[in-house]
Design a protein around this ligand. Structure first.
Ligand SMILES: [Zn+2]
Length: 97
């Protein structure tokens, strides 16, 4: 049973959905697919207590580099804050050929 019947933020209807949750621990990131109650109005996600505890375990494992349970998903990348503009310019150039 979820602790909420309505969204605690806006009072909207909740619907159970599978969502992708990104967890960070140290320099590692794990993406999990979990059930959450998602507000149909504002998009707020509510997780069951067990799920929140599970997130905490995952974060701790990532922090401690206990990675044997995880499957690699490809590399993670980041950009500095100026790069999105540069990347867009490059896209425009390539799309024009
Ligand atoms: Zn809401």
């Amino acid at each position: 049973m979820m602790p909420f019947e309505k969204c605690p933020v806006c009072g909207g209807e909740l619907e159970e959905k599978k969502v992708e949750k990104l967890l960070r621990g140290g320099s590692h990131i794990a993406v999990l697919r979990v059930h959450a109650e998602v507000c149909l109005h504002c998009g707020e996600r509510l997780y069951a207590e067990d799920t929140v505890r599970f997130f905490e375990q995952i974060r701790n494992k990532l922090r401690r580099q206990e990675l044997s349970d995880f499957q690699p998903m490809g590399q993670s990348f980041t950009l500095d804050e100026n790069s999105p503009n540069k990347a867009n310019e490059a896209d425009v150039r390539t799309s024009r050929g």
